[in-house]
Design a protein around this ligand. Structure first.
Ligand code: ZN
Length: 289
C-alpha cells in the first residue's frame, strides 16, 4: 500500500515517494516460531478495532497471507526475536485514525514495539476516550502535538524544541502523533479541542536534512516511526536519543524482512540493518559514561 498520502510524507518533506515496505506480500512458507510477546498498545487497539468490524479487514494481498501476530510479517520472516523494548524518558501517545491499526503498513506499531511508554488511542470526532484525557492531564507529562507549524493557530503555539525535564519527577515530554493520512491528520488536528492547549512541535528543515544524511536507504519521506525517532532525538535526553537510533534501525530491519518476504527470499540476519540494530540496542542497554 503506497503511503504517499501519508501526512508526514507530504508535510515534512518535498518529494513524496511511495514507501516500498507498505505494499502487500505474496504467500510464503512458514518456518519460524515467533517469540511470545505481550500485546502492546497498538496491538490491543487493533484487536479492539477488529472486534468492532462488521466485515473482515483484508490487507491487500488477500486472505491467504498468513502473518505473525507479533510483528505482522510472514511467519518465515518474523522479527519478534529481534524486537528491542526500550526504556525512555519521553513517552508517545498515538492518536490513530480509524483503520490505521489494521494496516500492515502502519509504523506506529513499530514505535509501540520499541518504546516501552507508548499509548495508543483510536480517534473519533465525536467522542474522546476518558483514558486519553487522563493521560493528557497527568502532571508527569508535558504533551507536545507533533504537527507542521505552518498549520498552527495562533502561531505562538508552535515550538521547535523540547523543554528539558526540570526534575526527576518531570514533567517529561509526551509526543502526540496523529497517525493517519495527511488529510485525515489535518482534520484530527482541527477537530480535537482537547489538544488545543498544548504546544505544537514542528520539525525543522535542518533536523530533517540531518536525519536524511544518516539514512542509508531509499525514499524521501517520513513515516510515523521516523517522526518518532526524530522526536526522541529532540527530547535532549541521551537515553532517548539512543532509543531513537534503535527505532530507526528497527524500521530498517522490518523493511528488510518485509521486502525479502515479498520476494520470497530469506532474510539476512547479518545485513547492515541488523548490525545497526544490534549496535544501537547495545548502546541503549550499556550507555557510555
Ligand atoms: Zn513476529
Amino acid at each position: 500500500m503506497p503511503m504517499h498520502g501519508a501526512w508526514h510524507g507530504i508535510a515534512w518533506t518535498i518529494a513524496a515517494v511511495p514507501f516500498s515496505t507498505a505494499s502487500s506480500a505474496s504467500t510464503a512458507a512458514s518456518t519460524a516460531t515467533p517469540a511470545a510477546l505481550p500485546p502492546h498498545a497498538v496491538s490491543l487497539l487493533r484487536t479492539a478495532r477488529l472486534a468492532r468490524s462488521t466485515r473482515p479487514f483484508l490487507a491487500r494481498g488477500g486472505p491467504k497471507g498468513e502473518r505473525c501476530e507479533g510483528c505482522r510479517l510472514r511467519p518465515s520472516h518474523c522479527i519478534c526475536a529481534l524486537r528491542p523494548h526500550l526504556p525512555t524518558q519521553a513517552g508517545f501517545c498515538l492518536l490513530m485514525h480509524d483503520a490505521e491499526p489494521l494496516k500492515p503498513s502502519n509504523t506506529g506499531w513499530l514505535i509501540a514495539d520499541v518504546v516501552q511508554t507508548t499509548h495508543a488511542f483510536g480517534w473519533s470526532r465525536t467522542e474522546v476516550d476518558p483514558a486519553l484525557l487522563a493521560l493528557l492531564a497527568d502532571p508527569q507529562w508535558q504533551p507536545y502535538v507533533v504537527f507542521p507549524s505552518e498549520y498552527v493557530q495562533p502561531p505562538e503555539r508552535a515550538v521547535h524544541s523540547v523543554q528539558p525535564t526540570a526534575t526527576a519527577a518531570g514533567p517529561k515530554p509526551l509526543f502526540i502523533l496523529l497517525d493517519a493520512t495527511w488529510s485525515e491528520a489535518r482534520k484530527m488536528f482541527r477537530k480535537s479541542p482537547y489538544l488545543d492547549r498544548f504546544p505544537v512541535l514542528g520539525l525543522q528543515p535542518e533536523q530533517i536534512s540531518r536525519y536524511r544524511l544518516r539514512r542509508s536507504q531509499r525514499d524521501d519521506h517520513f513515516c510515523t516511526s521516523e517522526v518518532a525517532a526524530l522526536c526522541l532525538e529532540l527530547s535532549g535526553h541521551p537515553q532517548d536519543q539512543r532509543a531513537g537510533q534503535a527505532l530507526e534501525a528497527y524500521l530498517e530491519v522490518y523493511t528488510h524482512h518485509y521486502l525479502q518476504a515479498k520476494q520470497q527470499q530469506p532474510a539476512d540476519a547479518r545485513s547492515p540493518a541488523h548490525t545497526r540494530l544490534q549496535q544501537a540496542v547495545a548502546t541503549v542497554l550499556t550507555p557510555k559514561k
